[in-house]
Design a protein around this ligand. Sequence first.
Ligand code: GDP
Length: 527
Amino acid sequence: MTQQPSAQLQGEIDRRRTFAIISHPDAGKTTITEKLLLYGGAIQEAGSVTAKQGRSHTQSDWMSIEQQRGISISSSALTFEYEGRHINLLDTPGHQDFSEDTYRTLTAADSALMVLDAARGVQAQTEKLFAVCRNRGIPILTFVNKMDRPALDPFELLNQVEESLGITAVPLTWPIGDGPDFKGVYDLQTKRVLAFERTSGGKHRAPVQTAGLDDPQLAELVGSDLAAALAEAVELIEGALPEFDLETFLRGEMTPVFFGSAMNNFGVEHFLSNFVELAPAPGPVETSAGLRQPTDEFAGFIFKLQANMSKAHRDRTAYMRVMSGEFDRGMDVIHGRTGRKLRLSQAHTLFAQDREKVEEAYPGDIVGLVNPGVFQIGDVVSLSGKVSLPSFPRFTPETFASVYLKDVGKRKAFMKGLTQLAEEGVVQVFYPTDGAREPFLGAVGPLQFEVFQARMEEEYKVEVEMSVTSYSLVRWLAGDEGSVARFARSMEDDQGRPVMLFRSKYDLDYTAEQHPEIEFLPLPKDL
Ligand code: GDP
């Protein structure tokens, strides 16, 4: 199976960096994304990403509900080159209700950047997303943003990261001042001060001057008080904090910490140049057929589905991450789950604003495939058809709504929307098996229901009414077939697996006690 890796393929793998940003909403993920694109040369002027109405949107925001709410719901990949590296940034939604989508996106990343607000430190959403990265063992870099605002003490921030996330935090830069006095950062590795100048609105690269700690002009650059405070901090750091260790970082047990202000472009380029050196290139992937090396023949997996991205034509896209080998447009592959032969001819990728056709792609790259309804999350396409992934994370819904169709004449469109939006992971759908009643929707957070409703109206022209139910738990039923069939088949998920909804943990425990022959699983057994 293993093909002889060509030097060209190996070179392309080595220069790939595929990562995602995790942060609490408002910490500055959108702004950093934009600034990375600015420094990566993908956009000429920052601000083209940020909307004028006071709240920002990335160029990957394509749906009007996102614009109304100013949140980013869907994920996509932005690609740019920097210092010979090919960088794929997976855009993850920051809102806490979109965790399922975000979690899935993280499965396609080789590393993550954790963005913290310097005044707020580690926040709830960061912890949740961080836990997913920890589970996957991917390395995490940290950027402490908004140093131009009054900030927590940097030592306190490092402590928070260590205590709440259980990972060693090692600063690679150190901030010089904060708030209006934020002058720049000290690079603890090269031992140089980077003093920045603010540009109007942070549109252009911030001019930077450098100096050593002992240079007489340092006091001129940052003021003598800050110069003295910096010298003191550096002494403390060098004496008391552990040194950065690449191996420990790659194992996901240590995070390098950078400080800056994305809005003012302070520290962004310095971060980017360190990122491309530290972050790993695509590595092997655990498949059901063993560890697959990126140099093996072509295979890719679907981690995200998205319907209706373009207003002009109602399309469906399946996002595939290349796991191994070279992908060429028009190549014939086998869809593992169905054994069907597919020609991947309609690939496209997203580069900043324009959608471009992809001719070839390498491990770590994200390719959007036109999805005629064959792809599901976790599907693998490969040359042999024999590769599959052992499991793919799904999340147990915690809130449930029933949904009613206002105009029964629209049933067909309703069912189509239901199927497609469930496929994307907007909501999970549970169908009563008597066929008489409308389905129940399950979500991790209630905002998912609003998104469902809005997209139903906008994309499928179907008005629905929803009401949140008192159910709070779902369990998939397992056991021998006869027992499960006898027990209850009142509800099933979109794959026809029997499930049961419960109002409380008490209800669940009671039922489980009465029926020792049945297993009540928080996720389907085959996932
Ligand atoms: P996201 O929700 O994490 O994507 O955060 P955004 O990038 O949209 O930023 C949230 C708000 O913080 C916006 O109003 C930004 O202009 C602002 N912001 C982002 N970076 C900085 C920064 O470095 N300093 C300051 N003062 N504000 C920032």
